[in-house]
Structure formats: structure tokens, C-alpha cells
Ligand binder design. Structure first.
Ligand SMILES: [Zn+2]
Length: 417
């Protein structure tokens, strides 16, 4: 599937891409971890999922969630000539059918969305989270959510049928929605449904969530199951919505050890984020041995995001994607948060380039120049490296170390690490 070359990942290495050519020992207890890194060229088949109809819908003007980010991403890619060519293609998706949505959502909730849209929002609908500032009632809300979900599920089908190695739906990633709850701009949980569909077909699913917010809806959906492992890295719930996702939350029953949470302090920057990711995700991925990865790629962790408090650049997401591609499994990737539309769209465009085996090198995409605002951006897709004050860096490093230790203590032993 992917072209591969073998190297060794060192979970203790700080900075850089965490790859080295020599065997090393990780901090989890002397286990040697081998991962596969992806060759810079030729990544099989990457499919970009697109719903033209989705462009007709948008959340109310005063809501920070902008559906147009998916179309913006596509425009950037078209202008870079990145949507066609060897090993890549675009695929149009249609809305998910009602009976498919009912595999995760309860009927009364779906009825309540339709009713609210028609002007019938009752107490039950309000209790389900509809008509709130985060999840307002607006024209086309059901269709909008079903279209975003349809594209994610189309991606899951393409992977199941062996027609895609990577499927990317920037309009998806609505990870907060519950079976009967709208939450955090999310009405229909396309990522939970994607994981469900893959698990239904007996695939072991590793769900990785790098949105700045905890992936609570997806975690809760699989909290007692061992066939879907969820790993969420997010800004600490004590400082950000939805206030959940602590290292002690590890799943129950058969699912004990299969929910993994890495809360990170406000101000976390690329090097520390990658240190946490490298220490936690590759060892668990190696132990869990998934058949497929579902990646929620919210971009609200980027520095300058109006809702998130992390200080990441899009370079760290490029590094994360390269690491995940190194697992050598098909990837169903979605968007998610990201409330600076320009920076978000550019980061998703960069992500697509990495999925296609391009953009990991400066000579292919060029070095960009944004720091905090899109207006500083000069050219290319990549952000400029962000400088972090030493005092602040020390505090963040300590908090990240605490999180890594807590995750190791809570779940590594369960997986023989
Ligand atoms: Zn988010």
C-alpha cells in the first residue's frame, strides 16, 4: 500500500521529527519500538472528499464555526494543482441517509433537529442542546450536518473497499455530538459514525483526535469497547470546553485502557506537543495494532485561534501526519475545529500535501510566513517557526511531562508497554 522504509522511533527524543536510524529505548519500560516511516514519494491513493451542496449552507454569522473552510481548502489546493495527478483524486459525496445516522443518534434527537429547523423547538429540543449559542437553529442545519457526515462515511467506504489509502473530508470532524445531544457546534457525529462503520466491518480502529478540544463524543461512544481505541490530545479541560478528558479517564469494562487522554497546558508549542504525541501515540498504536486510523484534524490548536489557547504552527500537524502515515495503515481524516478560517484552510491544504507525499520538504511547498495572523502570511503553506519564551517553555515542559507520566502510568501496562 504505502512505500515504506524502516526506521526506529525514539519516544524520549526531544524536538525534531523523532526519527533516528539507531535502535533506542523508550521511557515506557525498555520496549524497543519499531515504526515504519513513509517514503517521501508515492503514498498510494489519496481521496479528497468534497460536497458542493454543503457550500449552500452556513451557520449564523455570529457563530465562529465557518462551513466555508472546506471550500477554502479546496480552492488553495486547486490553485496549487494539488487535487489531480498521480495517486490523488477528488470524490464528491452526498448526504448520509437517515437510517445510517440512526446507527449512532436516537430518532427523537434527529426528529428534534428537523422540527427545530421548521420552527418547532420545544423543551426537549432545548435539553438536547439545540437552539443554544454554540448549536443554533438555522436553515438547512439537518442537511448541512448530514452532508458533512456523508463525506466522512464515503471516505470510510472507500477505505473498506480498498479504493483509498487516505480519505480526507475537511468538512467532517464533529466530535462533540452525542447520541441525543448537540454540543460545541456539532449536531451529527460523523467521526463516531465513521469509527462505528469501520468497526462493524470488523476493523480495529485507532481514533486519534488532535483538535484543541477533547474528543468527548467519540470517546463516550466507545468507552466500553476494545475494538476502537480513542486517543485525544487537547488543551486541559480545566481551561477549555468541554471540561473533560483527563488521564484517569481510560475506559470501562472491556474498554479499560482503550480511551486515552492527554491534556496539555495553554501555551503548548510545537516541540512539546510533538513530545507528548511521540511518547504516547506510536507506542499505543504499535501495541493496539489497528487496521485503520481515523484522524480528527481540528486546527483550533494553531496559534492565533480565537477559541483555543495552544501555540502550535501547522508544521507540527505535518509532522504528526507523517508519523501516523508511518504506521502503514489506511487513514480516514477529517477536519474539526479551527476558528481562524484562513489559517485553518491553509493547514488542511498542507495536511493534504503531506498525505499525498508532498509538502514535507521546503523545496516543494516553500516556506510560508504567518505567525499569528493570516495577513502576515507571505507565501507557501507552512507557518514560520514560533519563538517561545524560556520561562514559559519551562513551565509547559513540566506540565507536558506530568501528562506523559500519567498516561504511561494509567494505560501503558494494560497494553504490555
Ligand atoms: Zn475544537
Amino acid at each position: 500500500m504505502f512505500h515504506r522504509s524502516v526506521s526506529v522511533l525514539d519516544a524520549d527524543t526531544r524536538g525534531g521529527l523523532y526519527y533516528s536510524d539507531v535502535s533506542t529505548t523508550n521511557s515506557g519500560g525498555g520496549k524497543r519500538l519499531e515504526v515504519v516511516t513513509v517514503n517521501a514519494r508515492g503514498f498510494g491513493r489519496s481521496i479528497f472528499l468534497h460536497s458542493p451542496e454543503l457550500e449552500a449552507y452556513s451557520y449564523p454569522e455570529d457563530n465562529p464555526f465557518r462551513t466555508e473552510r472546506a471550500a477554502m481548502t479546496r480552492e488553495i489546493l486547486v490553485s496549487h494543482g494539488m487535487l489531480s495527478g498521480r495517486g490523488r483524486a477528488e470524490h464528491e459525496a452526498s448526504a448520509a441517509e437517515r437510517d445510517v445516522l440512526e446507527k449512532f443518534h436516537v430518532r427523537r434527537y434527529l426528529d428534534a433537529i428537523v422540527a427545530a429547523e421548521g420552527g418547532q423547538l420545544d423543551i426537549e429540543g432545548l435539553q438536547m442542546g439545540l437552539g443554544t449559542p454554540d448549536c443554533p437553529v438555522f436553515r438547512g442545519m439537518y442537511e448541512c450536518a448530514a452532508l458533512a457526515c456523508g463525506a466522512t462515511l464515503t471516505g470510510a467506504h472507500l477505505i473498506l473497499d480498498g479504493r483509498a489509502d487516505v480519505a480526507f473530508n475537511p468538512a467532517g470532524g464533529h466530535h462533540h455530538a452525542g447520541p441525543a445531544t448537540a454540543s460545541g457546534f456539532c449536531y451529527v457525529n460523523d467521526v463516531a459514525l465513521g469509527c462505528l462503520m469501520l468497526a462493524e466491518r470488523h476493523r480495529r480502529v485507532l481514533y486519534i483526535d488532535v483538535d484543541v478540544h477533547h474528543g468527548d463524543g467519540v470517546q463516550d461512544a466507545f468507552y466500553d469497547r476494545s475494538d476502537v481505541m480513542t486517543i485525544s490530545l487537547h488543551q486541559n479541560g480545566r481551561t477549555l470546553f468541554p471540561g473533560t478528558g483527563f488521564p484517569g479517564d481510560i475506559g470501562v469494562g472491556d474498554g479499560r485502557g482503550f480511551s486515552v487522554n492527554a491534556p496539555l497546558p495553554p501555551g503548548t508549542y510545537d516541540e512539546q506537543y510533538m513530545r507528548a504525541f511521540g511518547a504516547i501515540v506510536p507506542p499505543l498504536a504499535g501495541a493496539f495494532d489497528p487496521d485503520v486510523i481515523v484522524l480528527e484534524l481540528g486546527m483550533d490548536g494553531l496559534s492565533g485561534d480565537p477559541l483555543g489557547g495552544l501555540k502550535l504552527t501547522n508544521n507540527v500537524y505535518a509532522d504528526i501526519i507523517e508519523t501516523i502515515m508511518g504506521f502503514g495503515k489506511p487513514i480516514l481524516a477529517t477536519g474539526g475545529g479551527g476558528y481562524h478560517p484562513g489559517n485553518t484552510a491553509r493547514a488542511w491544504a498542507l495536511a493534504w500535501c503531506i498525505f499525498c507525499g508532498e509538502g514535507g520538504h521546503d523545496d516543494l511547498v516553500g516556506l510560508g510566513g504567518i505567525m499569528l495572523e493570516n495577513t502576515d502570511w507571505i507565501a507557501g503553506l507552512r507557518d514560520r517557526v514560533l519563538v517561545v519564551e524560556a520561562v514559559e517553555a519551562g513551565e509547559i515542559e513540566e506540565a507536558v511531562s506530568d501528562t506523559i507520566r500519567a498516561v504511561e502510568a494509567n494505560v501503558f501496562a494494560i497494553h504490555g508497554l
